[in-house]
Structure formats: structure tokens, C-alpha cells
Ligand binder design. Structure first.
Ligand SMILES: [Zn+2]
Ligand SMILES: [Zn+2]
Length: 173
């Protein structure tokens, strides 16, 4: 989405609200989900650009619905990832380093933030999800979901003290 900031620059308005769905205007800034994640829809973006006596700031929230699997028990999970994105708006050619993450660059009164927003969304998107903090996961031997109780696989037993001595000798060998 390209925001037209001319009314802000001219002082006609002091703030400009915007709301859109990322990538729905047919540009190339499409969100490619990480492995094992699918996005239920594109990100919904809502924000404001404020002009404070020539100093312009951008503030937005992007919401992204996803489905994925628990990293331990593989159960399906879905949720909403929320990203806060705040930047200072700078005019093209006024910064020494336009790649500075604190800024978004406006050209001829137009501001296009989608490329940076997509980058930030993918950077901040969690790399691992759990169905719950305490998820017990699957038994590595039989694959049973241990959230539903223990499986019948033999557990590590206390080693017989006599065998322990033998084992120690073998290890020192
Ligand atoms: Zn789980
Ligand atoms: Zn098992």
C-alpha cells in the first residue's frame, strides 16, 4: 500500500489513519510463511502517520493469523501474531543511511512501507510454537502423546550397583 502524505506535509491534517490488508493490492510483497506454518490470510494492517511540526512518525499494528504444529507433540495449533511497527518518516535523500531500521523513507510525498513490514513480520515471527508451555511431547520410542499419560516403554532403571562398577571400568578403558 502506498500512502499519500501530501495532506500531512501541507499541514492540512495533522494525522492520517490507514487500514489495509497487506499484499492485497497485487504487489510482490507477499508473505511467504516459514516451514510448517501457513498463514490463514494475509496480514491486516492498521496505523497512523502523525506530523508533529515537520517531524513525522508512523505507528502501526499488523495482525497475522497462522496455523502450525506444536514443536513437541505435533498437535495442530492456530493463533494470531501481532506486530507493533513504529518508525520515523524521513524524506528521501535527507538521510545518510536509508537502510537504518529506525526510519521509513518517503519519496515525493508517497510512503510505501510494505517491503519493510514484510521483512519485520518474518523476522519477528516465532520460529517455534508449543500447544502449551508444559506440553509433555511424544515418546521418542513409541510415539505416544505423553500429554495423555505415560506409555509402556521401559523407563531408564537405576543401574545395579555391581553393574555400575563394571560400566565405570569400561568407560575408563
Ligand atoms: Zn504439544
Ligand atoms: Zn513410549
Amino acid at each position: 500500500m502506498v500512502l499519500d502524505l501530501t495532506s500531512l506535509i501541507s499541514g492540512k491534517v495533522n494525522s492520517l489513519d490507514f487500514e489495509y490488508d497487506l499484499g492485497n493490492d497485487g504487489d510482490e510483497n507477499v508473505l511467504i510463511p516459514p516451514d510448517d506454518v501457513s498463514f490463514a490470510s494475509t496480514a491486516h494492517v492498521k496505523g497512523t502517520v502523525v506530523n508533529n511540526a515537520g517531524y513525522m512518525t508512523l505507528e502501526l499494528t499488523a495482525e497475522l493469523c497462522y496455523t502450525t504444529h506444536c514443536a513437541r507433540c505435533l498437535k495442530d495449533i492456530s493463533g494470531k501474531f501481532i506486530l507493533k511497527f513504529n518508525r520515523t518518516v524521513a524524506n528521501s535523500g535527507t538521510l545518510q543511511d536509508e537502510d537504518n531500521d529506525a526510519y521509513v523513507i518517503m519519496k515525493n510525498g508517497k510512503l510505501d512501507i510494505d517491503r519493510e513490514l514484510v521483512e519485520e513480520l518474518l523476522l519477528e515471527f516465532p520460529s517455534r510454537f508449543l500447544c502449551e508451555e508444559e506440553c509433555a511431547g511424544l515418546c521418542p520410542k513409541c510415539g505416544k502423546d505423553l500429554n495423555f499419560g505415560p506409555c509402556d516403554c521401559p523407563k531408564k532403571k537405576e543401574i545395579d550397583p555391581r553393574l555400575a562398577i563394571l560400566q565405570k571400568l569400561l568407560e575408563n578403558d
